[in-house]
Design a protein around this ligand. Structure first.
Ligand SMILES: Nc1ncnc2c1ncn2[C@@H]1O[C@H](COP(=O)(O)OP(=O)(O)OP(=O)(O)O)[C@@H](O)[C@H]1O
Length: 224
């Protein structure tokens, strides 16, 4: 009898623990994904959003296989790791997006996004189409925003004016942009498509979308 009672209690505790865990995982606002061709205006829009709401948003800490630079702290500036561990984690599906620069791997893990969510802040992710496809496979339940340039000619003009790319890189970005625009416009791929033809108009669309969708269930806690 006592054994059955204890087993019942243990089962109860496990169920409670699982529930607690589920609550912790779901706690906080949904991540906000900004995707769009290079030069479409993601950083510009984001800057305004962060300026208007400095306490509401957070960024995930990336992983890297490069060594820490002086002053860089593990878990703060990056999660420092090594190649074999990172490859194993990627194979296990723990990453949303990875990239390699100068022989070092970088990536955003699902866990890092959940960590921001647990602080009650909205995790902002500026990711590419492949990352969007990946995040859709997870239970992170992100809000997906696609930022569109008015057209390719305007995009080229803005990228040239920004003056950050060599000619070859610029051409590549424009080719990629055309493919991204096709994916971005396909129905069902994003929750909202914001055409950034006029910055004030585009920002107010983003701000409205964020305030409608990221309100906390606790009134006043997360008033955007
Ligand atoms: N509505 C707009 N009208 C005119 N210029 C704009 C507009 N929005 C952004 N820009 C300009 O276009 C350029 C590209 O914008 P931004 O750097 O924000 O793009 P991005 O999508 O973040 O690009 P990347 O993915 O390469 O970082 C910037 O010089 C920015 O000032």
């Amino acid at each position: 009898m006592l054994k059955i009672l204890l087993r019942g209690l243990a089962l109860n505790s496990i169920t409670n623990l699982l529930r607690l865990f589920a609550t912790m995982v779901q706690k906080g606002p949904r991540p906000l994904v900004l995707c769009g061709p290079s030069g479409s205006g993601k950083s510009t829009l984001l800057k305004r959003l962060l300026n208007d709401f400095p306490d509401k948003f957070g960024f995930s800490v990336s992983h890297t296989t490069r060594g820490p630079r002086p002053g860089e702290k593990d878990g703060v500036h990056y999660h420092f790791t090594n190649k074999s561990d990172m490859i194993a984690a990627v194979e296990k599906g723990e990453f949303i997006e990875t990239a390699t620069f100068s022989g070092n791997m970088y990536g955003t893990s699902k866990r890092a996004v959940e960590d921001v969510r647990c602080t009650g802040k909205t995790c902002i992710l500026d990711i590419e189409i492949e990352g969007v496809k990946q995040i859709k496979q997870t239970d992170l339940d992100p809000l997906l925003v696609f930022v569109m340039p008015p057209n390719i000619e305007q995009l080229e003009k803005r990228l040239r004016a920004r003056n950050t790319e060599q000619e070859d890189a610029l051409k590549k970005r424009l080719e990629t942009a055309s493919r991204e625009i096709v994916y971005g416009q396909e129905p069902g791929n994003f929750h909202i498509i914001i055409v950034n033809d006029n910055l004030d108009k585009a920002y107010s669309e983003l701000r409205d979308f964020v305030s409608q969708n990221l309100q906390s269930s606790e009134p006043g806690v997360l008033d955007y």
